[in-house]
Design a protein around this ligand. Structure first.
Ligand code: NAD
Ligand code: YCP
Length: 312
């Protein structure tokens, strides 16, 4: 009989998962995913179960990386919360399997994995697509993803100025007090993105908050929120003037309101850029529309489990 699964808590995942280990593994996974002639990565588009009563969804995100033999699924509930709500907007658990036997080896917190792997993939997009000289980073939203994005972007790049905007100024101020380095709080999105080289949108919005007319030509936008086909964070002008990159084309055309409702064309997957089969148009205005992928959780979970075993 198989051993019962180990349980890896949120504070343990926080200690065990580091961007320096995670980023190279995510890059390899994205490359494999975008190689169309390969059966190395099996990842169906996320199944979502609506929780209408609570304004939310349960997402099921299975993935199998054949070569690395990683079988994993994340179960994630996400919600649209009213301003001032104290309920969490995302809750997640990750299950790592023994693919041969079929048992679950580890059950681990999925919130830190979601925060870190999403931010790490946005940092990969910025590495490929942001202007060669990028001084100003703006973060729109001041929640969990805002913090993980702040951490990896400031760890990976050297911005001269970091700005934050949130729909409630107090939340943006609290965010600015919680970060290691100085962050300037701006009162409007327009002011916050004025002249910014890199803009990260990490809001729970379902209507556009970032408008193309405010975005500096050549800027890079990592758009992380609006993960439903009828939710928006970016307006039509921005979606049509930018070159649009995604994590998965299949996921993007099924789930991204910004892509579906604007009619914007997807230029490339990040994995295609990493593989050298599509170019990184760094001099143009670029949007990376992130939706999140099961393979990103799978490589993160494997890394956490390896590190956990080293310690036990
Ligand atoms: N692409 C991915 O892989 C991925 C992964 C996880 C989360 N997400 C999405 O990223 C977004 C942020 O997640 P989080 O965990 O940081 O959430 P969070 O609840 O911690 O923070 C959300 C932030 O957005 C703000 N916000 C909420 N509604 C808004 C609105 N209508 N207009 C403007 N701002 C609004 C909140 O005030 C808060 O600052 C969510 O949309 C979430 O679904 C995407
Ligand atoms: O890939 C994810 O983990 C997220 C969860 C929340 C909604 C969008 N996608």
């Amino acid at each position: 009989m198989a051993e019962p699964p180990v349980l890896i808590r949120q504070d343990e995942v926080e200690d065990l998962l580091h961007y320096k280990d995670l980023i190279p593994r995510l890059e390899i996974a994205l490359r494999k995913f975008s190689k169309l002639d390969s059966a190395e990565v099996i990842q169906p588009v996320r199944t979502t179960v609506p929780l209408q009563k609570y304004n939310g969804f349960l997402g099921l995100m299975p993935a199998y990386l054949v070569h690395e033999d990683i079988l994993c699924t994340k179960l994630v509930c996400f919600y649209k919360r009213e301003s001032g709500s104290t309920l969490p907007s995302t809750q997640a658990t990750v299950l790592l399997f023994d693919p041969e036997y079929g048992n679950v080896k580890a059950v681990m917190d999925g919130e830190v994995i979601t925060a870190k792997r999403t931010a790490a993939v946005s940092a990969i997009s910025a590495k490929l697509l942001m202007p060669a000289k990028s001084d100003v980073l703006t973060i729109l939203g001041a929640g969990h993803q805002a913090l993980s994005h702040y951490n990896v972007f400031t760890e990976t790049f050297s911005f001269k100025e970091v700005r934050v905007w949130s729909r409630r100024k107090e939340t943006a101020e609290r965010f600015a007090q919680s970060t290691q380095g100085h962050v300037t709080v701006l009162e409007s999105v327009e002011e916050a993105v004025n002249g910014a080289d890199v803009i990260v949108t990490v809001t729970g919005a379902s209507e556009p908050v970032l408008f193309g007319q405010w975005v500096k030509p050549g800027a890079h936008v990592a758009a992380v929120g609006a993960c439903r086909p009828d939710w928006r964070e970016l307006d039509d002008v921005l979606m049509r003037q930018a070159e649009v990159y995604v994590d998965s084309r299949e996921g993007a055309v099924a789930e991204s309101g910004d892509i579906i409702l604007s009619g914007a064309k997807v230029f490339a997957e990040l994995g295609e850029v990493l593989n050298g089969t599509r170019p990184a148009l760094r001099e143009k205005t670029t949007v990376f529309k992130s939706l999140g992928m099961g393979i990103q959780d799978a490589v993160s979970a494997k890394l956490v489990f390896e590190q956990w075993k080293n310690k036990h």
